[in-house]
Each structure stands twice: as structure tokens, then as C-alpha cells.
Write a protein that binds this ligand. Structure first.
Ligand code: NIG
Ligand code: FE
Length: 404
């Protein structure tokens, strides 16, 4: 049926494992029917290119698997530029949240939005991700905080297509206004009403909880995640972001797929994640945009043997960026990861954290042809230049999804 060949690549960045980008110089790739068929040097691949094939010359650029962004909040209404201005003047994220702003202000606007308006917002954000070279995102709900509004958000995720997305239910993102002071009653609503509906309508693969003092305690997070696990969902946790709160240990105890943020996690938490095989998802965009200097200890995690993931945490409050290249820059400059470690963390390791390492995240025969030509000649440039959008051409399932 349809075949696509990409030749003339200064480097094909295949990605083989943590820290191993598997460079093929003067490389080429052949895909057929949306799947990768051959990857190698131009000499190795060219003889196999069939007559009826679309042949694209990358012009000395690099070819890579699409980025897999394993932590995003992409469906919401409005923005929080007003709060951003307040933070620039010295207010903290927690102060703004305590006054009813923060997540709750996005919840108010998202509740007012009709489903088709949220589909339109999802479409707009999907374009932003594609422009930045992502082909798969994990997508959390969490700005509805009522049964109907959470379902509305999960349904509106169809607007993300052609970007692939893996849906996560985050009904426990914040205690909504009408449950203020009655957090446990809200937890009961999540467990007894929201989760069964989400599972019944098969609207989410994973369940996440914002585990943080004043939001949801480790005990409450445990109740919710345990209920989700019984319904067959995988688990992810916002852990140790603003304080050390036992979130990493809880992720280990529950056998979660990931523990995310981990800005405050120390040696004990790292050891617990290692023993349980939980992947850390590090979100330096949220540290940067909150004006903090407290980055998670990526080096200690790598040295402990953890399979570290990097993601944007795209959301309107703490991390308003859809750009994995920006995250690669922060990972190298602020967390001292190497460019190779950072790229593997945002592709193959991220795919593994979503249970999709057999389909996406690297360039190997049999995997999906989710491919990005970036406008540079060396993979290290992706983390080195910052504030530019290096993605030049993006394919999903071998079909053109974005072109500059
Ligand atoms: O991952 N920590 C909680 N959730 C988001 C922030 C969401 C928001 O501020 O709207 C985060 O940083
Ligand atoms: Fe988040």
C-alpha cells in the first residue's frame, strides 16, 4: 500500500535505551503502511525502496522518533496569565491557590466551557505539541472535578487527534470549591462515583492523584489509587512536588507506573522507587516557570539505576509549555543530564512508562512510523539551542502531521 522513505539524514537517532541514542550517520528509513520496515545507512536502505514509494530527502537534517510527552494537562479553558503576572511581582503559587486561584480558577472556566469548546482547545494545544516534535502525549483530566465535568474533559480529548494520546483520570487534582473543608467527602465521590463511570466508559488508562499537604494526603491518595487499580487502571502520582510528603514511597508501595515531579525526593524515596521499579517522571518546566531553583535530583536517580522520564507537565499554571526541546535544555543545564540521557528520557523511557515501548519511542522495524525531521545536523543541538522550534516535518503512522 503506502510506502515512505526518508533519506539524506545527517543522523538517524534510533534510541536504544537509557542514555543510548544509537546514532546512524548518513542514515535512512523505510516505512510501509504506517510501520517502520528498515532503518540503516543510506546504502543499506536504498536498495529496498520500492518503485511506488514517497521519497523524502531530509537535506542533511536529523531524523528521530517523535517525542513521547508522558505528563501533560492539555484540556482546559482560558489561561492564567494574570497569576503569572502576580507571581512575577512576588506572590507564590501556594498563596494564589489559597485565595481561590490556581487550579480552582481553571476549574471555574473549564466547567463553564461546553464540550465542543474544550475540543477546540484540545485541537489548538495538539498543534502546539506537534510543532514541538511530540507525536504522543499522556493527557490528564483534572480541571472538571465533578462527575460530568471530568467526563466532559476526557471525551473532549478526541480533539487531540492526530496526536496520539494516552488518557489519565486526575479527578483528585484539587478539592473543588463546593467541597472546601470536606476533602474526604470529595475523595469518596472520586472513589464511588467518578472512577466507576470512567472505567465503565473506558475513558482512561491511568489514574493520577495530586498528593500534597492541604490537597490530598498519602492516605487519601492510597484510597483513590487502590480503587483505580481494582478497576484495572495503571497508576501515576504527583509526588513530592512542593514538599516531601511520602509520595515516592506511596508510589513504590502501590507499584505505580510512575512517580512524577519528585523535586523534594531524597535518598530514601529514590531507593523505594528503585526497589519497586517505579519510573520517575521529571518536570523541570514546572520548576522553571514557578521561579524555583529546586530541581529534582536527576543524577542521583540515574546513578541509582532508575529509568528516568522527562516531560513538559504542560498546564496553564505551573508549566505553560508544550516544548520538549525546552525541557531538554533545562534537563541539561539545570539537572546535568547529558543530551543523550535527556533525549532517551523523552522518547523510549517515556514510552515504557506508558506501556507502549513495543510500539513507539524508538526507530526499529515493526514500530509505528512516528517520525520527526529536526532542522539540525547533530542530536545534541536539540538540547543546546533554546527558544527555537527545531521540528521541521512530523509524521504519525507514516502520515504527514505537521510541516514547517
Ligand atoms: O503538575 N501539581 C499539580 N498539577 C499541576 C499544576 C496544575 C495547575 O496549576 O493548573 C502540576 O504542576
Ligand atoms: Fe502535572
Amino acid at each position: 500500500m503506502s510506502a515512505l522513505a526518508i533519506i539524506g539524514c545527517a543522523q538517524v537517532v534510533t534510541v536504544r535505551g537509557p542514555g543510548d541514542v544509537g546514532i546512524i550517520p548518513d542514515g535512512a528509513l523505510l516505512a510501509r503502511d504506517g510501520l517502520i520496515e528498515r532503518v540503516g545507512t543510506r546504502r543499506e536502505v536504498e536498495p529496498w525502496i520500492p518503485a511506488d514509494c514517497t521519497v523524502v530527502d531530509a537535506g542533511g537534517r536529523i531524523l528521530m522518533p517523535g517525542f513521547v510527552d508522558a505528563h501533560t494537562h492539555p484540556v482546559f479553558a482560558g489561561d492564567r496569565a494574570d497569576e503569572f503576572e502576580k507571581r512575577a511581582a512576588g506572590a507564590t503559587y501556594q498563596e494564589i491557590a489559597a485565595e481561590g486561584g490556581g487550579i480552582r480558577s481553571t476549574v471555574r472556566r473549564t466547567r463553564e466551557a461546553a464540550e465542543d469548546q474544550l475540543v477546540a482547545a484540545a485541537q489548538k494545544h495538539a498543534q502546539w505539541f506537534l510543532r514541538c516534535g511530540a507525536t504522543t502525549i499522556e493527557a490528564k483530566s483534572g480541571y472538571g472535578l465533578s462527575v460530568e465535568d471530568e467526563l466532559k474533559i476526557l471525551r473532549a480529548m478526541r480533539g487531540l487527534s492526530p496526536l496520539r494520546h494516552v488518557p489519565t483520570f486526575l479527578g483528585a487534582h484539587e478539592v473543588p470549591e463546593e467541597y472546601r473543608g470536606r476533602g474526604q467527602q470529595y475523595v469518596d465521590l472520586v472513589v464511588h462515583e467518578m472512577l466507576p463511570r470512567v472505567a465503565q466508559e473506558r475513558l482512561a488508562e491511568y489514574c493520577d492523584v495530586f498528593c500534597e499537604p492541604g490537597i490530598f494526603s498519602p492516605e487519601q491518595a492510597h484510597q483513590i489509587l487502590d480503587a483505580a487499580r481494582r478497576l484495572g487502571m495503571g497508576l501515576r502520582i504527583h509526588a513530592d512536588q512542593l514538599s516531601l510528603n511520602g509520595g515516592a514511597e506511596l508510589a513504590a508501595q502501590l507499584g505505580a507506573a510512575t512517580a512524577d515531579h519528585l523535586e523534594h525526593t531524597g535518598a530514601a524515596g529514590i531507593a523505594a522507587l528503585r526497589r519497586a521499579g517505579v519510573q520517575p517522571v521529571l518536570l523541570p518546566g514546572a520548576v522553571h516557570a514557578l521561579g524555583s531553583k529546586r530541581y529534582p535530583d536527576a543524577r542521583a536517580m540515574i546513578e541509582a539505576g532508575l529509568d528516568v522520564v522527562l516531560a513538559t507537565d504542560f498546564n496553564p499554571g505551573s508549566s505553560p509549555t508544550p516544548s520538549i526541546p525546552m525541557i531538554l535544555s533545562l534537563a541539561c543545564t539545570q539537572m546535568k543530564m547529558t543530551p543523550a540521557e535527556a533525549i532517551a528520557a523523552a522518547t523510549l523511557s517515556a514510552a515504557r512508562s506508558l506501556g507502549r515501548a513495543h510500539q513507539i519511542g524508538s526507530l526499529e522495524p515493526g514500530k509505528r512510523a512516528d517520525l520527526v525531521i529536526h532542522d539540525c545536523a547533530d542530536y545534541r543541538e536539540l538540547a543546546y539551542w533554546f527558544g527555537i522550534e527545531p521540528a521541521h516535518t512530523v509524521y504519525i503512522d507514516g502520515q504527514l502531521a505537521f510541516q514547517r
